[in-house]
Structures are given as C-alpha cells and as structure tokens.
Design a protein around this ligand. Structure first.
Ligand code: MRU
Length: 344
C-alpha cells in the first residue's frame, strides 16, 4: 500500500509572539496538477474557501467551519457575541445542502452559549472543533470497516464525486469503504465518474486512488449505462451530503442517475456516510435544499471558457436519490437496509 503524503486540513497552534493560530488547507481547485496549501487565521477566508470549493465534501465543510468559528473570536477583545454571530451567519450562508455544516455550526453555537463568559472561551471552542474533527476521523475508520460486509466476492466498484481524505476529517466515507476493501483484497478495480461540472471524480478521486495504489479508470458520467450493460460493475458506492429520516439521500449531481441505472442492471447501490449526515429534522428528501451553482462552472472548464458566456444553463450541484433505490446505507454504526427509519 502506497503512503499518502497529503492532508486536506490541519489546525496549527502558534505560540510565537505576533503569530496567530491558523488553519492550513489544501486548495482542491488546483488538484491534481498542483498541491498548494493555503494558510489563514480568518473565518472569512474559510467561508470563501467553502464557497469556491477549495474546501469541500460534507464532513470537511463542517469541520473547517467549526475551526473558523473558534478563530473568529481569537483576536477579539470585546463584543465576542457580536463577532461570533457575524461569523456564524457568514459560514451558514456558504453552502446550503450538506447538513454536516449546520450540525457543526449548531454544536459550536451551543458551546459558545454555555461558555461565553469564560476567560477560556477560545480554548473551549477550539477543543470542541478538534473533537468534531477527531470524531469524523473515527467515523471514517468505522465506516471503512463496516463496509467490508457488503462484499460477497472481489469486486469492481463504480464511484461518483470525491469522498476520500479530501472530503472528510479521516480517510473518507465511500472512498474508505473502497480503500479498506482493496486492502482486504475485496476490490480489484475502481471506475471513477469524472463528475461534471467541477470534476471532483477525475481530479480528486483519481488523485486519491493513485496515492493509495488502487487500479482505476476514469469515465465520463454518461458512460455508466454502457459499462454496466457490459457487466463490468459489481457494486456502486457513493457518499451523501444530507440523508432524510426515510433514507432519501442528497449527493453530487449524477448520483440519482447511477442509482436508477444500478436498479435497472440489478447492481447493488450503496451510500456511505457518517451519522452526522443524517438530518433528523426532515422526513424525506422533498425537504432538502438543493444548491444551484453559478452557470460559469458549466460554461467553462477550470479557467478556460469553452462555451458562450451568454448561454443559459441548468446548474444543480446535488440531486436526491429516493431511498427505495438504495440497497444499503453504511454508517459508523453499521449497514442499514431499506426500508430506512433513522428516528432514534
Ligand atoms: O460539491 P462537493 O464537492 O462538496 O460535493 C461533495 C459530494 O457530493 C460528496 O459525495 C459528499 O459531500 C460526501 S463527502 C464524504
């Protein structure tokens, strides 16, 4: 197994005079051609990174927002409450679909309210952000191990978008199921959807598969049906951004297509996600707020304009897969099967 020598996000303590604590993150918009790390001590820069997808993936968005809230009060001497809630609002407004963001923000808000008069407020908030990060790392480990149960034979797997170390606080969700299964000789090959328009599959999943030494091929999103028809896929595994109580799951645009194709071709279709991706306030996917992105992302590739900027475009970033199309949902607690009922 090759060693991966990159990280998505790191908090760095700095005790030197005149220096501040900071967050260091890998700019995912530059991958795979450039591994460039950005350092910041400002919550506003983290919010901007989430909007631009320099930081992305449901769990990582939540983790970075938690650190950003702690940093937001670090250099403030008074009006902590005003500063905290300004940062809270700014971070809440970055991306609407991944529930992990709102889960992390609410957790930090509760801690802030309980401790706002404490002289150690920053340290308390920071400790909470670190625990959210650590918990996600542990969830990733468990998801990887729990996912082994879905493999009947050595499989060829198809995945969509990016769900690895780049998207989480650990080794990933769907990606870690694939990686753990590969390490246990249960995965022989991976097909990675390119994931238009922002190419999270061909830029980021390919980057991570290569780092882990897992054999793979890329495919255009529209090739999956043809591939499945040739019986070249045994399993489909993706992540999720928000799962309703009935199991309906929002994930990167194109996931629903894959679930429908899997159903038609009788291929098991799994979602892997931590329990922090389950939104216990919504009964079904109808209540999920889908993000629409700027049409520039469809009319250009990277910085290259390929189409007339005047064209109109339909630009959802996510779609919702109805739960009856999902064979199983793998969380840190185990593998759940349809019909889902996540009420506890
Ligand atoms: O727009 P993105 O790149 O943030 O979308 C990411 C996804 O859709 C992932 O599949 C999801 O967040 C799960 S990441 C473990």
């Amino acid at each position: 197994m090759k060693q991966s020598n990159y990280f998505s996000l790191k908090f760095v303590r700095n005790d030197s005079p005149g220096e501040n604590d900071k967050l260091v993150f890998l700019d995912q918009t530059k991958l795979p051609l450039e591994e460039k790390y950005i350092e910041t001590e400002k919550y506003e820069r983290v919010a901007e990174a989430i909007e631009k997808l320099e930081i992305r993936g449901a769990p990582l968005i939540g983790i970075s927002a938690a650190y950003a809230l702690a940093l937001s009060i670090k250099t403030v001497n008074e009006n902590f409450t005003e500063q905290f809630y300004t940062a809270y609002k700014r971070l809440s407004d970055t991306r609407p679909t991944a529930v992990n963001l709102f889960f992390a923000l609410k957790t930090m808000k509760d801690i802030f309210e309980e401790n706002k008069d404490s002289a150690n407020l920053y340290e308390i908030l920071l400790a909470k952000a670190k625990s959210i990060h650590k918990e996600d790392e542990e969830f990733c480990c468990k998801i990887g191990r729990n996912g082994l149960a879905i493999f009947k034979t050595r499989a060829t797997v198809l995945t969509h978008c990016n769900t690895g170390k780049l998207a989480t606080g650990g080794d990933g969700t769907a990606f870690n199921v694939i990686k753990t299964a590969f390490e246990n000789e249960l995965v022989k090959f991976v097909y990675a959807d390119e994931t238009r328009p922002l190419l999270q599959g061909s830029r980021l999943t390919a980057f991570e598969l290569e780092k882990c030494g897992i054999p793979f091929a890329l495919l255009a999103d529209s090739s999956a049906a043809f591939l499945m028809k040739q019986k070249k896929v045994d399993l489909v595994i993706t992540g999720a951004d928000r799962i309703a109580l009935n199991g309906d799951s929002a994930n990167k645009i194109g996931t629903y297509n894959l679930a429908l194709l899997s159903y038609h071709h009788k291929i098991p279709f799994y979602i892997a996600a931590p329990s922090t991706t389950i939104d216990r306030t919504i009964a079904s996917g109808d209540e999920i707020n889908i993000e629409y992105r700027n049409k520039r992302e469809l009319l250009a590739i990277s910085q290259s304009q390929i189409l007339s900027p005047s064209y109109n475009a339909f630009t959802p970033a996510f779609d919702i897969t109805p739960s009856h199309l999902i064979t199983g949902i793998i969380t840190e607690e185990g593998v759940f099967n349809f019909p889902y009922n996540f009420i506890r």
